[in-house]
Write a protein that binds this ligand. Structure first.
Ligand code: NAD
Length: 530
């Protein structure tokens, strides 16, 4: 284990060819299913361990603790974590500041090697990481694999991007000069991550920040600190120098606020809800005594995502796409379809087929690989159930509509479809973040597009249609950061679908895209007279 006294070194590594997405695991293959069951058993024996804060490479304990619970069996503790308070924010920022003085000048090749080495370690232990996600946030096997695969993708992609930026093409050469444009790091960043992609988003924001030469205070969600602690382990094993990432689970209100407000925090990379994102935006805008920069904020927030189903669509593909987008990981994705907007001529048939498909979905413990596992917490379950009650008044309940009780008292909500919802109804406008789909009838395609654009969000959207004119119309007018045609609204692939939303969905940072690392750097122009 790397510590302050015993740091490991970063072994030089080069990217193996051009970037390619990590292949998905085919769990229908007997040996893969067996490997997953083996990992669940192995990791099952590791549940309940205690993890320290890591500040400047030192292990720190606090009297207050965070217990991360298995949402399928809340009596099962997945990990016990320290709870950083406001008093730890300065320690963590100071440790990151100290590390920044060397890390900022560490060659890009070495920083990229750290990411590539970490990706290799995660790849070697892929099933174990999947098992951690299954226990900590209730992902079934394929959802866990997608999260782990995306983590590897971010590491591989940003390693290559950092090398590209370091070798950036020179600007126009003014006659008689040698002119350069250097992308240099910003400083100390706060990385504040959500629980729903607790591995990929947490690791993605962290790795983008550090590969660009910044140092980081990492505050994972209190619902998913264990996977972040496990990420710290592989980072350290791959040679992370002390202080480059400071691991601080803690409450948003005390630690989160303090680190955002700290005068030495240079930037905040946040993914989470609209409310918290806006709060961070406001706090970060206020200059503190001793602060000598404008803090940069990279804020990716919520969604209320629509799939438009046109009358000319491939009907079965559209139903399958809506079901996968609405109910994968129990709808707890910012990209989840929570509004199906269906053209009138096929509306009744569509709702009926949807009902059949949704009633076929199996809800159960994700260790057994059910279609839907639990929602993440008791609080989330209560919020979702209260929206379902609102929805029952705002529309016609077609499927689900209730909690599902289990002997282990897991937080299960039945996949729920509410039809005949008005475009401005609350369940058509507010992010529910659970397995609840509103179905809205549209007169025609123009009406469908107007409904799709009628929320304050603008994250993802899909259109199912065989009509090129309609698709072209949607390409111009459907105002979302990630638009898809004839495929589901979830499952953005690093590299192919740079991810980030418009309007109240965020700053459109486009994670996994060619512009992302620019957000973690500042450009310095150097002109030398020859
Ligand atoms: P959340 O906003 O409740 O929490 C996100 C993080 O912010 C957590 O680490 C939390 O502890 C921290 N936090 C809370 N209050 C804080 C404060 N005052 N100061 C600093 N930090 C604070 O979100 P969540 O429930 O973890 O995640 C679900 C939300 O994230 C949904 O709205 C979803 O749409 C969104 N999300 C967006 C994207 C995207 O790319 N746009 C991706 C995933 C999730």
């Amino acid at each position: 284990m790397a510590t302050l006294e015993n740091p490991t070194v970063i072994l030089p590594r080069k990217p193996q060819g051009a970037f390619r997405n990590e292949p998905f695991i085919d769990f229908s293959q007997h040996e893969n299913a067996r490997a997953m069951r083996g990992a669940l058993e192995r990791i099952g024996d590791e549940l309940g361990h205690e993890y320290p804060l890591i500040i400047g490479g030192e292990r720190v304990k606090t009297s207050a603790k965070i217990e991360s619970l298995n949402p399928a069996r809340p009596a099962q503790i997945v990990g016990v974590h320290q709870k950083a308070g406001a008093e730890h924010a300065d320690q963590a920022v100071q440790a990151a500041l100290k590390a920044f003085e060397t890390w900022r000048f560490t060659p890009a090749e070495e920083r990229a090697s750290l990411l590539l080495g970490t990706a290799d370690l995660i790849r070697e232990r892929k099933f174990d990481f999947c098992a951690w996600l299954t226990y900590e946030v209730g992902k079934n096997w394929a959802e866990a694999d997608a999260d782990v695969g995306e983590t590897i993708d971010f590491l591989e992609f940003y390693a290559r991007e950092a090398l590209r930026l370091a070798a950036s093409t020179p600007p126009i050469q003014y006659p008689g000069e040698r002119d350069e444009l250097l992308y240099i790091p910003l400083g100390v960043g706060a990385v504040i991550s959500p629980w729903n992609f607790p591995f990929a988003i947490m690791a993605g924001m962290t790795s983008a920040a550090i590969v660009s030469g910044n140092t980081v205070v990492l505050k994972p969600s209190s619902d998913s600190p264990t996977i972040a602690a496990r990420f710290m382990e592989v980072l350290e094993e791959a040679g992370l120098p002390p202080g480059v990432v400071n691991f601080c689970p803690g409450s948003g209100a005390s630690f989160g606020n303090a680190v955002v407000a700290h005068p030495k925090t240079r930037f905040i990379a946040f993914t989470g809800s609209k409310e918290v994102g806006l709060d961070i935006h406001e706090r970060a805008a206020k200059a503190q005594a001793g602060q000598i920069w404008i803090k940069r904020t990279i804020l990716e927030m919520g969604g209320k995502d629509s799939i438009i189903v046109s009358a000319d669509a491939d009907f079965d593909a559209a139903v399958a796409g809506v079901v996968a987008s609405a109910f994968g990981f129990s709808g707890q994705k910012c990209s989840a379809c929570s509004r199906a907007i269906v053209e009138e001529p096929i509306y009744d048939a569509f709702v009926e087929r949807l009902r059949e498909k949704v009633e076929d979905l199996k809800v159960g413990d994700p260790t057994g690989n059910a279609n839907l596992g639990p929602v993440v917490s008791e609080g989330a379950m209560k919020t979702i159930l209260s929206y379902i009650e609102i929805g029952k008044k705002e529309g016609r309940l077609v499927a689900g509509g209730n909690a599902i009780e289990t002997p282990e008292k897991g937080y299960y909500v039945a996949p729920t479809v509410i039809a005949d919802v008005a475009p401005k109804a609350r369940i058509a406008q507010e992010e529910i973040f659970g397995p609840v789909l509103a179905v809205i009838k549209a007169r025609d395609f123009d009406d469908a597009l107007a409904i799709a654009n009628n929320t304050e969000f603008g994250l993802t959207g899909s259109v199912y249609s065989m009509d090129r004119t309609k698709l072209d119309h949607a390409r111009r007018s459907f105002h979302v950061g990630n638009l898809y045609f004839n495929r589901k609204s979830t499952g953005a692939m690093v590299g192919a679908h740079p991810f980030g939303g418009f309007n109240m969905s965020g700053t459109d940072s486009k994670a996994g895209g060619p512009d992302y690392l620019y957000l973690f750097t500042q450009a310095k122009s150097v002109g030398e007279k020859l």
